[in-house]
Design a protein around this ligand. Structure first.
Ligand SMILES: [Zn+2]
Length: 411
């Protein structure tokens, strides 16, 4: 009850790389050196401080107060304040995690192992922590939205979206959590809110969806101007279901034909929609002629239902046509959700857990032999990360006190 009445406090944490613990304790003895060190660090990672909305950041910074962190062996944490807007920033040295006794080097290994596919239980063994502690850590990372982390890396908001729903059979009623479909529907809305807060004029150009009524409805409500297309991979996979009772090789043959048809339409540079319309009609006729009127009619009706969504994909050359990447993500998510079965605590949720995992996917660099070896997903997409250390980047990017600063123009 008391919690519900509490006003939301702005998190203005700053994780700062202090080299080592000795340097940090030295800095604690000298206010001026401390503030200069913090300012130099912020400059070096190319960020700005999150001042209050009325402040241009032109004021100075003073030491505000310090408090001892009992749980961390009495480590002293300083807070600094903007002399103009009075915003208070908590400076966290890189070797502590916010509200957590787990050390970042322990968290680093456990998170890397989780990301690599090891179960929460085994990851916990590596760092001699409990699997619940690891689960809570991932949920804590997920408190910061994807939009706010990715825009801090200088990535633009996406013009096109892939939306899909995963109906998992992994979770049972015993788990005190919302279903995945609900979590995903919520995540569309959360994405929209975060995106609009970042850029009020933001508009989604198009979204590729699976054709489920619930996804279509939430997309239409949240992004009324967006072009909604149906995933062509889904179409391809659905065709054999429309040919019930036929021998597998016959269904496979028709699927290949359908695949070639869709591929040829996508290759065209003009009149793609007209071409698809003609080809769909001819394909249904071909089915009638080869395997019978009943199948031809069923496929024809299915085409009638879905073709508007497929046309939408072909009308806009920039529109993604397949949600394969999302399917892969779903499979990974499924495994992770299975791993968290039975976990529950007040700050945890499927959404927070999945967002935390998504941060790992975006920030952990690809392995040495991979195509984009050494780079993380954010960098591959053209974004920039504050340092060369992924764990430090994660700590910095989820720190509420930092803001993206556009790079100064090069002369
Ligand atoms: Zn200020």
């Amino acid at each position: 009850m008391a919690q519900a009445a509490k006003a939301p406090r702005h998190n203005r944490t700053l994780t700062v790389d202090c080299h080592d613990e000795a340097t940090y304790s030295q800095l604690l003895g000298d206010t001026k050196a401390f503030i200069e060190f913090v300012l130099a660090f912020i400059l070096s990672i190319g960020f700005q401080l999150t001042h209050k909305s009325t402040c241009d950041g032109g004021g100075g910074l003073t030491r505000h107060s310090h408090y001892a962190r009992i749980r961390l062996g009495g480590l002293i944490i300083w807070r600094i304040q903007c002399t103009r807007c009075k915003a208070v920033f908590t400076v966290l040295p890189h070797f502590v995690l916010r509200y957590r006794t787990m050390r970042p080097d322990v968290a680093r290994n456990a998170l890397l192992a989780t990301h690599g596919g090891l179960s929460l239980e085994l990851c916990a063994v590596i760092g001699n922590i409990s699997s619940m502690a690891l689960y809570r850590l991932i949920c804590a990372l997920g408190q910061r939205s994807l939009v706010s982390v990715l825009t801090r890396c200088g990535l633009p908001l996406p013009a096109y979206l892939l939306a899909d729903e995963k109906h998992s059979t992994c979770l049972t009623d015993k788990v005190y959590l919302p279903t995945i479909a609900v979590a995903f529907t919520e995540s569309y809305g959360e994405f929209q809110r975060a995106a609009l807060a970042h850029e009020p004029s933001y508009q989604v150009e198009g979204a590729l969806i699976d054709g489920f009524d619930s996804t279509t409805k939430s997309m239409r409500t949240l992004f009324p101007g967006a072009r909604l297309g149906y995933c062509l991979r889904h179409a391809l996979n659905k065709l054999p279901d429309k040919l019930v009772g036929l021998a597998a090789p016959v269904r496979q043959g028709l699927r290949s034909k359908f695949h070639a048809l869709l591929h040829r339409c996508r290759q065209r540079t003009s009149l793609r929609v007209v071409s698809l319309g003609q080809r769909l009609r001819r394909f249904a006729d071909h089915i009638t002629a080869t395997v019978g009127e009943e199948h031809g009619e069923r496929v024809r009706n299915w085409f009638k239902d879905k073709k508007t969504g497929w046309y939408a994909v072909l009308e806009d050359p920039q529109m993604p046509a397949m949600s394969t990447v999302l399917d892969q993500a779903h499979n990974a998510i499924d495994r992770k959700l299975f791993a968290m079965k039975g976990f529950h605590h007040p700050d945890g949720s499927q959404a927070a857990f999945l967002t935390g995992l998504a941060h790992l996917y975006n920030l952990i660099p690809y392995q040495r032999r991979a195509k984009n070896a050494g780079l993380c997903g954010v960098e591959v997409e053209g974004g920039r990360v504050p340092t060369s250390d992924w764990m430090l980047n994660l700590q910095i990017l989820i720190s509420g006190g930092y803001q993206y600063a556009p790079e100064p123009p090069h002369h």
